[in-house]
Design a protein around this ligand. Structure first.
Ligand code: UDX
Length: 438
């Protein structure tokens, strides 16, 4: 099958590259010429484990990158729309890129295509896409048929290739049995023993993506709230987490307390879902609270630092371990580190930071106006700092040399936003150890 993927962001790139690995002929399109030129040289715009290898395996064999959208549309059976749907100031999803692609499709479509909406879009958007394409075809006085599909993506950054290659499920929202069959055919190489297709109507497929993310975000805000109550009553959330996770109805996954969820999906999709509710005359109070708890969690963590050092942090230096919103990615979008570092600097502190992958993003984009020192390795930033602040639980931070930390730090203080260490052992070694929910 000939596939075209429009948009080479996280979702589009992973989708295109993984399909190319199954032998499908894939053309990935993006307007950004520099990005496409780099991809054609095997240079990727993101760090994602396993992705580079797959690009190198398939480039110019079953995988092609181009800016020429018209030719890519003509040369395809199935077209995926995977452009961004960023959050607007009012919290709603910005669908302008999606609608622009729909218009381009309508202007260029030359034969029957299946058009798949992969971007996360509010309920009704796939039908709007259909309407835009139909109007454009009518303007051209042509009679070309096409089908639309909603096929939301559930990949996690840092594990995106694995998630795509071994999906828990593939949700397909469509209107026609033949279309379900074609989509199943496309994805069947990813299922070895039994398939995991879930077929439904288009609106339900669109809603499934929001509901999945809202459920996961709710688990995180729930445990963070429990952690905050634990702190007040003298309980230990690390124990409570294991205690509740053992109930299979609750489960151990996604109940790790921390500094709140960041990243591209949860903050954006939760805000969009709240707006979808409101626009449709429903007040989503639970989901609004999930959002509020998440915003407050960052402030709560900062308060631990100012409670210890005072509101005026002039003269203090803090070492930050971890900048990305989670490990195994260089993505800093909505990373809690942005808030924490900005606030520390605003309060007069000096900040020295180290992250295994995200320092370029930080320096060039997310913290570019802030005076942050970036270290080459993790101990360099700790040297002469008044405290270590762990923000992202990268593997290399999990078992540091605590003797070396004691030697390098000015004061033996660790603020841990991810509960990575054993508090008993650290206190035994003379550290002041401040974590979440204890
Ligand atoms: C998420 C969903 O998992 C994925 O299915 C969807 O398609 C896109 O959004 P992603 O944003 O890549 O994926 O990251 P995820 O691993 O889900 O983590 C999101 C945030 O939640 C991170 O900031 C992480 O630190 C935080 N988190 C996660 C917690 O604080 N506690 C947890 O127990 C789990």
């Amino acid at each position: 099958m000939k596939i075209t993927v429009i948009g080479t962001g996280y979702v589009g790139l992973v989708t295109g590259v993984c399909f190319s690995e199954t032998g499908s002929n894939v053309t990935c399109v993006d307007l950004n010429q520099e990005k496409i030129a780099d991809l054609n040289k095997g240079i990727l715009p993101i760090y994602e484990p396993g992705l580079k290898e797959l690009v190198h395996n398939n480039l110019n064999k079953s995988l092609f990158f181009t800016t020429k959208v018209e030719a890519a549309i003509h040369n395809s059976d199935i077209i995926f729309i995977a452009v961004g749907t960023p959050m607007k100031v009012d919290g709603t999803a910005d669908l302008s890129a999606v609608y622009k692609v729909a218009k381009t499709l309508g202007e260029n479509i030359n034969s029957h295509k299946i058009i798949v909406s992969k971007s996360t879009v509010p309920v009704g958007t796939t039908f709007k896409i259909k309407e835009i394409i139909t109007n454009e075809i009518q303007k051209r006085n042509l009679d070309i048929s096409f089908d639309v599909v909603s096929n939301p993506e559930f990949l996690k950054e840092g594990a995106a290739v694995n998630d795509f290659m071994k999906p828990d499920r593939v949700v397909i929202g469509a209107e026609d049995e033949d279309v379900f069959d074609r989509m199943k055919q496309l994805y069947s190489p990813f299922f070895r023993t039994h398939d995991r297709f879930i077929s439904m109507d288009i609106a339900s497929a669109e809603m499934t993506k929001y509901a999945a993310n809202a459920m996961l975000a709710t688990k995180i805000s729930f445990i963070n709230e429990i952690a905050n109550i634990c702190e007040k009553v003298g309980a230990d959330v690390n124990k409570v987490r294991v205690g509740i996770g053992s109930d299979s109805r609750i489960g151990y996954n996604f109940i790790y307390p921390g500094i709140g969820y960041g990243g591209t999906c949860f903050p954006k999709d939760i805000s969009a879902l709240i707006q979808i509710g409101i626009e449709n005359g429903y007040n989503p109070s639970l989901i609004s609270s999930v959002n509020e708890v998440n915003i407050n969690q960052k402030k709560h963590f900062l308060k631990k630092i100012t409670n210890r050092f005072g509101e005026d942090l002039t003269g203090f230096t803090f070492a930050i371990w971890g900048l990305s919103f989670k490990p195994e990615t260089n993505d800093m979008r909505e990373a809690p580190s942005i808030y924490i570092i900005s606030e520390l600097i605003k309060k007069g502190a000096k900040v020295k930071a180290y992250d295994p992958k995200a320092m370029i993003e930080a320096k060039e984009i997310y913290l570019k106006n802030l005076d942050v020192f970036y270290g080459k390795e993790k101990y360099e930033v700790v040297k002469n700092s008044d405290a270590l602040i762990l923000l992202t639980e990268w593997k290399e931070f999990r078992a540091p040399n605590f003797n070396q930390l004691k030697k390098e730090l000015k004061r033996n203080i660790i603020f841990d936003a991810r509960n990575q260490y054993n508090s008993f052992r650290l206190e035994e070694q003379g550290f002041e150890y401040c974590q979440i929910g204890k």
